[in-house]
Design a protein around this ligand. Structure first.
Ligand code: FAD
Length: 463
């Protein structure tokens, strides 16, 4: 597909729609939109950035891009780690962060409706004041937007009890690539969690990475805060023993909110921090979070500890949990604060029984490419996925990291899981999508062609 460049005429139209202060054309503005958190980044500059303030402006901007055959990339907080927000073909970047209002907190029907550009932390703050849990609480919450998170198929530490962010979405308002504004899901008021009036179209946009339209508004389920929540941190001499505990928790269907295992390398990354001496020297640490009425928490705690003891695990002082919590963002501080350069990560879904083998193969690949490993966090049970982190020292040597990522992806796929659980497939490795999706990739391309015949929406994401 050939695209046109943004010319003076297009800029004037964008200014007319969004106002002069909401149209950026100077290099020092554009450069901040050339990359997201993906490293090493291909860094492609947009030609113009627009910051619409309402849905009607979004619709008009999309129409301008569509009529002029100019690529358009919607962006939120630019925290994505797979390159989804990079304007791979230049064109227009649409920054959604001025759409940051909460439209309604419906305490009776337990739903919140907000604009797509609100950060997850601001949304969390507002709903928590009314006694509810955040609809989405990722480690990147201070910058990540709710629209960007829905578009990335986001996940947080409550997925095992409340499903992923996509499950919590009842309805969405979306601007399609031709500028039409539609609502999908949720019955008439958008707050019905489940209907049987046709295939649930919201799922077209959950995890769509901006290729099918711009999410402008979301209505999500709210859950009340539990009476009590607790965590147990247990150390093991072998990662295998921690994995055996995970398997038993799964088999016994013990209702944990989240389960996280740090491997030895991840533990040593934590130990380099100032709080390091508080972290035990172990080969694996397992954190289980659970909640509910107090007496249920006491019971769950004892059950989990009994399973851990059978695998020679020993409980760690509760004080340490403040430094080491799965979605508490502290591992990201540790990897950012303990070495030079940036970091990258893959988040592959791997069947629980194959995690150890998959991990070994990931470490072998990093060693082959002489890339420093930063450790693995093995998370959850349905599905289990591995957040596998590595240092990116040498931003200029993109090929080396791309090859390594592709090798890890290929090795991981052999175990039968998925390339990504919640962060998307790296743009440089998108040719591997066919290996997982097979024929269904063609269906996706056909849907894309119907909705976006000129392929203006975030081109370069699909192979
Ligand atoms: C330190 C750190 C911790 C993280 N922790 C988590 C975590 O706990 N859970 C998790 O799921 N992810 C996590 N991530 C990954 C990332 O933060 C999430 O994917 C995040 O939700 C992306 O939101 P964003 O607003 O930054 O989107 P962006 O990075 O700006 O965009 C992501 C993708 O969505 C598209 N997009 C953005 N807004 C819209 C919209 N309104 N409509 C349509 N498409 C849109 C973009 O084109 C792009 O393809 C983490 C990342 C970092 C750097």
């Amino acid at each position: 597909m050939r695209y046109n460049h943004v010319n003076e005429n297009v800029i004037s139209q964008l200014i007319e729609i969004c106002g002069k202060r909401n149209v950026l054309t100077r290099d020092f503005h554009l450069i901040s939109y050339a990359s997201d958190f993906y490293k090493p980044s291909p860094k492609t500059m947009p030609e113009v950035v627009v910051l619409p303030e309402k849905s009607s402006q979004i619709s008009e901007v999309v129409k301008v891009a569509n009529t002029n055959r100019i690529p358009l990339t919607p962006v939120g907080g630019l925290t994505g780690i797979s390159g989804g927000a990079i304007p791979k073909f230049g064109g227009v970047v649409m920054d959604l962060r001025k759409l940051d209002k909460i439209i309604e907190i419906d305490t009776e029907n337990m739903h919140v409706t907000c604009e797509a550009g609100i950060t997850c932390s601001k949304l969390a703050y507002e709903v928590e004041k009314k006694g509810f849990l955040p609809p989405h609480f990722p480690a990147s919450r201070y910058a990540a937007t709710i629209g960007g998170s829905i578009a990335s198929g986001g996940i947080d530490g409550r997925q095992m009890v409340q499903g992923s962010l996509g499950d919590r979405v009842s309805s969405l308002k979306v601007v399609l690539p031709d500028g039409e504004i539609i609502k999908v899901g949720g019955g008439v008021a958008g707050k019905t969690e489940k209907t049987s009036t046709g295939p649930p179209l919201k799922w077209l946009f959950v995890g769509s990475f901006g290729v099918l339209g711009v999410i402008v508004e979301a209505t999500m389920k709210l859950y009340p805060k539990p009476e009590a929540s607790e965590s147990v941190l247990v150390a093991f001499n072998k990662v295998d023993n921690a994995l055996k505990v995970a398997i038993e928790i799964k088999r016994k269907n013990i209702p944990v909110t989240c389960l996280t295992i740090w491997d030895k390398v991840a533990i040593s990354t934590h130990k380099k921090m100032k709080y390091g001496p508080a972290i035990p020297d172990a080969d694996a640490l397992l954190l289980t979070d659970f909640e509910g009425p107090k007496e249920i928490c006491t019971l769950l705690r004892q059950k989990i500890l009994n399973i851990c003891h059978k695998q020679n695990g020993y409980e760690i002082n509760k004080r340490v949990i403040q430094f080491i919590s799965g979605y508490g963002a502290d591992f990201y501080s540790a990897i950012a604060g303990t070495g030079k350069g940036g970091w990258g990560a893959i988040d592959m879904c791997i069947p629980l029984g194959k995690v150890n083998e998959a991990l070994n193969s990931f470490y072998r690949v990093l060693s082959k490419y002489e890339i420093e490993p930063l450790g693995a966090l093995i998370l959850k049970l349905n599905p289990t996925y591995i957040d596998f982190f590595y240092r990116v020292h040498d931003e200029k040597n993109r090929l080396k990291y791309t090859e390594a990522v592709k090798e890890m992806y290929s090795a991981g796929l052999k175990f039968g899981g998925s390339l990504s659980h919640g962060m998307g497939v790296k743009v440089d490795a998108k040719d591997l999508l066919i290996t997982e999706l097979g024929e269904s990739l063609n269906i996706l391309k056909k849907i894309k062609k119907v909705l976006d015949p000129y392929n203006i929406m975030n081109p370069g994401m699909l192979p």
